[in-house]
Write a protein that binds this ligand. Structure first.
Ligand code: B4P
Length: 185
């Protein structure tokens, strides 16, 4: 059974690594970014509300995020394991996740922190070319990350759940280091 959280700055490769690992372990990859983009594409109520925040590089408010995550983690396909990618992004979201996991009698095994320098991130995201991938929005997402998400590194380190991996390597090398880190953690 595998239950992992992927942490790291925007463009660190959370989605890339979580998708590959989920496939290898045949467990669901739960990406809040993918869920939100799906909602935007389908123009649901959630999507219509979230779009402006995503386009600006802001976090989508907790009033939209929390129930969404609780509902997703209560579904039957994630009962045997999950990879959570992009959630939590704030200490408040992490505290909420603790409560949800406690309620459903689950716990997270490890929190994977992918380390990548800012300049590499900007280059990667400009190449990815999503609608929220222009330079000023990327720089703003990095600021939001430093202010609101980076404190989670210490939050999980103090709980001895943090595993850091160098994300500034070719995708296959990151995957290899990630597998080794999980096995030896
Ligand atoms: P996310 O979808 O989580 O996206 P991300 O952080 O930009 O990307 P990720 O780290 O997954 O990078 P990827 O693998 O794609 O968030 C998007 C937005 O949704 C947020 O800004 C926010 O508005 C909202 N949101 C999501 N969750 C939220 C939450 N919990 N609360 C509030 N708001 C929330 O990789 C990036 C690129 O690099 C790709 O092109 C990839 O091919 C490339 N790449 C990956 N690994 C590489 C490597 N090792 N070497 C070279 N290139 C690599």
């Amino acid at each position: 059974m595998t239950r992992l959280i992927f942490l790291g700055p925007p463009g660190a490769g959370k989605g890339t690594q979580a998708q590959a690992l989920a496939h290898a372990h045949t467990i669901p990859h739960v990406s809040t970014g993918d869920i939100l983009r799906g909602a935007v594409a389908q123009q649901t109520d959630l999507g219509l509300k979230a779009k402006a925040f995503m386009d600006e590089g802001e976090l989508v408010p907790d009033s939209l995020m929390l129930d969404l995550v609780r509902d997703r983690l209560s579904q039957s396909d994630v009962a045997e394991g999950w990879l959570l990618d992009g959630f939590p992004r704030t200490v408040n979201q992490a505290t909420f996740l603790d409560q949800v996991l406690n309620d459903i009698r689950q716990s997270c095994d490890y929190v994977i922190n992918l380390d990548v320098p800012d300049d590499i991130i900007v280059t990667r995201l400009l190449n990815r070319g999503r609608t929220d991938d222009n330079e000023s929005v990327i720089r703003h997402r990095l600021e939001v990350y430093r202010e609101q998400t980076a404190p989670l590194i210490d939050f999980y380190r103090q709980r001895q759940q943090l595993v850091s991996v160098n994300g500034n390597q070719p995708v296959e090398a990151v995957s290899r280091d990630l597998q080794q880190a999980i096995q030896s953690a």
